[in-house]
Ligand binder design. Sequence first.
Ligand code: NAP
Length: 338
Amino acid sequence: MTGTVFVSGGSGYIAGFLIRQLIDAGWMVHTSIRDLAKEGAVRASLSVENSKLKFFAADLTNDAGWAEAMAGCSHVAHVASPLPTDAPKHEDELIVPARDGALRALKAAKAAGVKRFVMTSSMAAIAYGHGGTKSVFTEADWTDPTSPDAYAYVRSKTIAERAARDWVAADGGDMEFCTVNPSLVLGPLQSGDFSTSLEAIKKLLEGSMPGMPNLGFGIVDVRDVADMHVRCLTAPNMAGERFICSGPFLMMDRVAAILREGLGPQARKVPKLKLPNWLVRIAARFDPVISQVIGELGKRRESPATHAREVLGWVPRPATESILDTARDMIRLGIVKV
Ligand code: NAP
């Protein structure tokens, strides 16, 4: 099945891979960016047939442009949402665009007669605020946004997905809605402008951390995240569905070992030392980014993608491939000096 699909946030990491996969599969794509002055640069990095892709200006915080962008579209992938490297000064810098942007996109989609709306949510909306003992999560779990370990980004994704589901239940009509909930997204880069999710690999490769904190992440490849979106746009009966989009959960010392085994001398700066939790807690007093993840120390968040395998036939590639492809592209593009 093909047609015309709107993908929000065409300048983003996941959206770029999704747009390419959709065009390869025969779709016509409309996409939004905040400022059309960036169209040339985004087109160049996407490198797809020009006639298959149209750009529109739309900001998550403003009504302008959404109706025009979705006119003539039967399907929507709402991918855009703020994902900053640094902690925001105020959580509303993330929550307001995430929540209100999703509602803007939903309202414009319904008005345009869209049949299927796929929203990029996150494991952040599933696996936080459950206390210290729970370590395995399914699509039935919801983050408690009032919990102290729900930092601003986690709250933004949880509140946005909840608001979207509530709106769809009340006003969505026949439009089918589902979410893709990825864990940490790694994989090849399209340009030197890369998503915040790749920062951990950068820091390990350049040796900018004195050692490895006792932190871990579920890992998923950007190509597989895009593939799950395509499946959600095309599979039958997606109304209300929610899909964990994750491969294995790996602690940072395992990621470092994969880098050393796969890159040899190019991994010479990757630290071997594990940082004790007490030292990371002290560092967090002086660094707002570290302080955001202090509640993560030692935690495991396993999130098997059994539901996506069963319903969508989705099969992610091995995490080793994603980790090494991230690292090799960062070296190739000069993002890190090894
Ligand atoms: P990204 O490369 O930073 O892309 C984010 C996109 O959102 C960019 O296109 C950005 O536009 C756009 N955006 C941010 N604020 C906006 C605003 N006010 N108005 C319009 N557009 C705005 O990150 P990504 O990794 O591709 O993330 C895409 C989606 O996946 C997000 O919803 C994110 O929460 C979700 N996700 C990501 C990960 C991950 O590990 N990367 C994991 C789980 C879920 P500009 O280029 O103009 O800033």
